[in-house]
Design a protein around this ligand. Structure first.
Ligand code: HBI
Ligand code: FE
Length: 287
């Protein structure tokens, strides 16, 4: 079973332009594809109640991302453009880093247009439309998140050294993909990699196994990550509006500090870490 994005998307290489943007072809989804979306949506919507941050559900509702079928990007884009100036573009799968950064810097979110097969219901390695649209797009309605993701794209274009880019990618990974946030109601999810995964939704908030550590940009930039398993460490932002500043000077200051310090394994704990306890106030709704 190939993980080549060309194959997953059903497109041939010659059908894919330099910016990797293709047509979503909303009319081409099968009834089975829409059914996969519906099942994933219903299960995850239920699981996220009381676990995901309020801004996420606000975005989902405002965009009308529902269980009735795979959304048409043209419909989402009208609301998204008006709210934060973002739009979604369809791509065949993972795109090269420079291409990814360029789109984000221009407020275009590259979303995989294909959906996982029924036998991959619980786990896929590559981002499909459920991960990208259900996981990321609701929060692109939020100005703080929208600005952070655009700043990440712009920052990516300023760096060229692979080790710097790896450090930068960790900031995105441990926030936009796997971030937790402290709220008045307790610890909540906002990372799309968690919010689109039923297993990790429960694990990230309730398991006693992973570390939960207060988010510090330099600490995060030093920390490797696993792409093929639940995270061993989650980083917790003090509030939804407190994403790290990725503008040139503050980012370069943090980058310089991180360069000078040893890298850390995904499960490492260091003396400076402020560990966050699982919050008892966070409860599932009674109903
Ligand atoms: N491409 N479509 C897509 N989605 C991603 O999340 C993505 C990507 N290419 C590169 C990438 N992510 C990361 O390695 C970057 O954060 C560098
Ligand atoms: Fe993602």
């Amino acid at each position: 079973m190939s993980s080549d994005p060309f194959i997953r998307s059903g497109l041939q290489p010659h059908q894919i332009p330099a910016d990797f943007v293709v047509d979503q072809r909303h009319g081409s989804y099968t009834a089975a594809d829409h059914e996969t979306w519906s099942k994933l949506h219903r299960r995850q919507f239920e699981l996220l109640r009381g676990r995901v941050c309020d801004e996420y559900f606000a975005g989902l509702a405002a965009l009308g991302i529902a269980a009735d079928g795979i959304p048409d990007f043209r419909d989402l884009n009208r609301a998204l453009k008006a709210a934060t100036g973002w739009e979604i573009v369809a791509v065949p799968g993972l795109v090269p880093d420079r291409v990814f950064f360029s789109h984000l810097a221009e407020r275009r979110f590259p979303a995989g247009f294909w959906i996982r097969r029924p036998e991959e219901f619980d786990y896929i390695e590559e981002p499909d439309i459920f991960h990208d649209v259900f996981g990321h797009v609701p929060l692109l309605m939020n100005p703080a998140y929208a600005d952070f993701v655009a700043a990440y794209g712009a920052a990516g274009l300023r760096y060229g050294d692979p080790e710097d880019l790896a450090r930068l990618a960790r900031l995105y990974w441990y926030s936009v993909e796997f971030g937790l946030v402290e709220t008045d109601q307790g610890l909540r999810i906002f990372g799309a990699g968690i919010a689109s995964s039923p297993g990790e939704t429960v694990y990230a908030l309730e398991s006693g196994k992973p570390n939960r550590i207060a988010f510090d940009p330099v600490r995060v930039m030093r920390t490797r990550y696993k792409i093929d398993d639940f995270q061993q460490s989650y980083f917790v932002l003090p509030g939804f509006e407190t994403m790290p500043d990725l503008s040139a000077e503050p980012l370069e200051r943090a980058m310089a500090q991180a360069r000078a310090l040893p890298e850390l394994e995904a499960d490492a704990l260091i003396a400076e870490d402020r560990r966050i306890a699982i919050d008892d106030r966070r409860r599932r709704p009674a109903a």
